[in-house]
Write a protein that binds this ligand. Structure first.
Ligand code: ZN
Ligand code: ZN
Length: 408
């Protein structure tokens, strides 16, 4: 059995290859997104989904996610092919929001600056063909595609990529998701019952012009070549996600560990790993005799903290889309601009000095605050229709399954 899904990116899709470029939509990138959502759904329903980085699932025994997506000794239960109907590329930008030093690289960075107009991911039109043995599997995959496309498919969804339109009727039924083993409740992996979602309409067109002016001042094609102006008229999106991410990061300015935990980090020269029992950034020391570095905890004073007791990196738990025209593929319809902010806030470890409820309150208050959006883009007009914002926290998964995957 098979199903066709017509996919049209509203913001660029990124499925990077081994050379860190993106010249086509790779099936593995799409399947990775579907798996991520399936894991979150299963965990949210109280079921077990293994941590793919240390999975023990195999041909004899496996979790519900590996049952569908496969693991060592067990084949994936469906096949997915991508056909390019109309291929188009998005431009690459280095983005420095509000002239900050922290730069975001939206795509593949080519130092020569030559092919930047094609290095920012994929636009256009694509057809996904899903093949499976039975209707139930086909339906589940369509359901996961719907969630992924609505909230970001492929990688880079924390900074604008992957919002896509599905331009045909999927005829979704309620997915048949069976929970066999129970979840380990201490698991700190994404689970849908802890997710939140925002749709944020941009209605003030004058403010939108101010945003375009403002972001153009933060666009570069190489580290030394500012763009200063760019004609966005032929595109259906504006690369605004780094501005919004920056504004959200700022909300957690007074707690480095919490900010890094929520927004993601990789330990490097500036940011050191976190001691997991104390939730403090470690201090790096040099053992001169052995010419090795080691880590000391400033809180518990433990010397030489072991690797397994530290968090060296974590992905962002908060995702932000670019601003896009949701009517882009609707023929002669006036543009309607919106952006999405979503993510998951786990129960926070007590040592982090903040709890989930207070993080939730902070996000809720600020995302509905005019001043937040003005200072986000450094403009004097508020671009957002505050009363038109739609939000949901702590998703009711049963409801989501029965209403065709409409989160909002
Ligand atoms: Zn598994
Ligand atoms: Zn410590």
């Amino acid at each position: 059995m098979e199903a066709i899904v017509k996919l049209k990116p509203l913001t660029p899709i990124w499925t990077g290859d081994a050379g860190r470029k993106c010249r086509m939509i790779r099936e593995t990138g799409i399947i990775g997104s579907l798996r991520w959502w399936y894991e979150a759904l299963i965990r949210g329903l109280g079921g077990e989904a293994c941590d793919p980085t240390k999975s023990k699932c195999n041909g004899q025994s496996r979790c519900g996610v590996c049952e569908l997506f496969g693991c060592t000794g067990w084949a994936r239960r469906f096949k997915l092919d991508v056909r390019e109907v109309k291929k188009d590329f998005a431009p690459f930008f280095i983005v420095k929001p509000n002239s900050s030093k922290r730069a975001s690289f939206l795509g593949y960075y080519d130092k020569s600056g030559q092919s930047w107009e094609k290095n920012g991911g994929l636009l256009g039109e694509y057809e996904l063909r899903i093949t499976a043995k039975d209707e139930a599997i086909l339906n589940t995959i369509k359901f996961l595609l719907k969630l992924s496309c609505d909230w970001g498919i492929g990688s880079g969804t924390q900074r604008g990529f992957g919002i896509s339109l599905i331009d045909n009727d999927l005829q979704l039924q309620k997915p048949d998701i069976r929970i066999e083993q129970l979840n380990n409740p201490s698991s700190n992996l994404p689970r849908m019952d802890q997710f939140f979602f925002y749709k944020i309409p941009i209605v003030n067109i004058e403010a939108l012009d101010l945003i375009i002016k403002e972001i153009c001042e933060g666009l570069y094609i190489t580290k030394k070549s500012p763009l200063s102006s760019f004609d966005f008229a032929r595109y259906n999106y504006l690369p605004t996600a780094p501005w919004v991410r920056r504004a959200i990061r700022e909300l957690f300015r007074d707690n480095d560990v919490l900010r890094h935990y929520l927004m993601g980090f990789i330990s490097d020269g500036n940011t050191k790993p976190i001691h997991l029992s104390c939730w403090r950034h470690l201090i790096e020391k040099k053992d001169k005799e052995k010419n090795k570095t080691y880590y000391v905890c400033p809180k518990c004073r433990k010397k030489r903290v072991h690797d397994e007791n530290m968090l060296k990196k974590t992905g962002s738990k908060i995702f932000v889309s670019h601003i896009y025209n949701k009517n882009a593929f609707k023929g002669n319809v006036e543009p309607e601009w919106e952006m999405k902010v979503w993510g998951w806030i786990p129960d926070l470890p007590s040592g982090i000095g903040e709890n989930r409820q207070r993080v939730k309150n902070k996000l809720q208050e600020n995302l509905k605050e005019e001043d937040f959006w003005k200072s986000c883009f450094g403009i004097e007009e508020n671009p957002v229709d505050i009363n038109g914002i739609e939000e949901v926290w702590d998703v009711d998964i049963e409801k989501l399954l029965t209403n065709g995957g409409e989160v909002l």
